[in-house]
Write a new protein. Structure first.
Length: 135
């Protein structure tokens, strides 16, 4: 325990207005990075436009987005992003503006599990990832 009590908000809302969305390129990791602090009615349209533009320009890039799950419309935003091909990749708790889900989109990048060189000590994790990659 980090000494912080977990609590769940009973506020759930449908998206309204514009999304609060920031996107930037992480050139070192060939990844489009993003942060969604508020999911609006335009989330699908804005993400689709950016992903399409980025994917045609940089076909070997993936996308990773932090979704603020402390925001009441995050559940609807997660559904939109899941439908668009994003996958749950982790949690980033106890941030200044809330708790974040980490969502990853492989874009057109295929993971060559059968050609990767992985240290034997990671075999169990690697096999789990390979078996559940498309879940």
């Amino acid at each position: 325990s980090m000494g912080v009590e977990c609590c769940f908000s009973e506020r759930v809302s449908r998206p309204t207005g514009d999304s609060q969305l920031q996107l930037w390129q992480d050139e070192q990791h060939q990844t489009l990075m993003g942060k969604v602090d508020r999911c609006g009615t335009d989330l699908r349209e804005r993400l689709a436009e950016v992903l399409n533009r980025w994917n045609s320009r940089c076909p070997l890039e993936t996308a990773t987005v932090f979704l603020n799950c402390s925001e009441p419309s995050a559940c609807a935003g997660y559904s939109v992003m899941r439908d668009m091909g994003f996958r749950f990749a982790g949690l980033h708790p106890l941030c200044e503006n809330g708790e974040y889900l980490i969502l990853h989109h492989p874009m057109k990048v295929e993971v060559p599990f059968d050609r990767m060189h992985v240290d034997d000590s990671y075999r169990e994790v690697f096999e789990y990832l390979k078996d559940h990659f498309d879940d």
